[in-house]
Write a protein that binds this ligand. Structure first.
Ligand code: SF4
Ligand code: SF4
Ligand code: F3S
Length: 265
């Protein structure tokens, strides 16, 4: 209780803000406990009260007073084409701000598929040259927490782990925490017995769909998607896309927008 809360700077590049929307719905731990008791969220242009120059000054202040001791959380990515003019928070190219804040951070968290892989902005032909964070920040550990968005409890668990153990979680070769990204959706999907039995939905709303058969033939990417949806699930563990009758579109995988059609029927 007496431990100082670690400062977190949360930057937004090219993104849709739904990673934040997911984060604020964390139930275990409750996001209010994360924000009010565990970390000191000193800058987050989506939910902070300060604005304009007052807000921008916080970035310089944290860099100076907590050099090497703050976490930089990044939602979205920097577009590099034309000098970065397609994302100008505070009137400057986002890529400059990102590099500057990363240079004095302890570690960088890349929230979501935008920051981790590029996501929809980077879909072919990637007109703004949207670029994943790890390709711009190369001198700091970058923890990728992909998903579009990532599961709320996965996001807060990554923060909790760092604070509790005072080290980064073990990462796989792509930089994702192994504890949440070492299994495919397919490995723990409750429809897996139907896959194994050759029972598939052949057309949307057919008899197989009503019986809850496997969605592979209508486009489910669960067999090639690494994420925790079939174990942790969403909305306090209530459900996940496949449980709602929709195949996994592979939203935590690199280049999922270019992987082919989401539906195969
Ligand atoms: Fe939005 Fe998806 Fe990007 Fe998160 S990863 S900011 S949910 S587009
Ligand atoms: Fe695998 Fe998708 Fe079928 Fe589930 S619905 S068993 S993830 S192919
Ligand atoms: Fe995304 Fe597939 Fe989970 S679409 S939310 S990784 S089930």
């Amino acid at each position: 209780e007496t431990k100082p809360r670690i400062p977190v700077i949360w930057l937004h590049g090219l993104e849709c803000t739904c990673c934040t929307e997911s984060f604020i719905r964390s139930a275990h731990p409750l996001v209010k406990d994360v924000v009010l008791s565990m970390i000191s969220l000193d800058y987050d242009d989506t939910i902070m009260a300060a604005a304009g120059h007052q807000a921008e000054e916080i970035l310089d202040e944290i860099r100076e007073t907590h050099k090497g001791n703050y976490i930089l959380a990044v939602e979205g990515n920097p577009p590099l084409r034309d000098g970065g003019v397609y994302c100008l928070p505070g009137g400057r190219p986002f890529v400059d701000r990102l590099k500057e804040m990363a240079s004095d951070a302890q570690a960088v968290i890349a929230w979501g598929s935008c920051a981790s892989w590029g996501c929809v902005q980077a879909a072919k032909p990637n007109p703004t040259q949207a670029t994943p964070v790890h390709e711009v920040v190369t001198d700091k550990p970058v923890i990728k927490v992909p998903g579009c968005p990532p599961i709320a409890e996965v996001m807060t668990a990554v923060v909790t782990y760092i604070l509790t153990f005072e080290r980064l979680p073990e990462l796989d070769r792509h930089g994702r925490p192994k504890m949440f990204y070492s299994q495919r959706i397919h490995d723990k999907c409750y429809r897996r017995p139907h896959f194994d039995a050759g029972q598939f939905v052949e057309e949307w709303d057919d008899e197989g769909a009503r019986k809850g058969y496997c969605l592979y033939k209508v486009g489910c990417k669960g067999p090639t998607t690494y994420n925790a949806c079939s174990t942790v699930r969403w909305n306090e563990g209530v459900s996940f896309p496949i449980q709602s009758g929709h195949g996994c579109i592979g939203c935590s995988e690199k280049d999922f927008w270019d992987m082919g059609p989401f539906y195969s029927r």
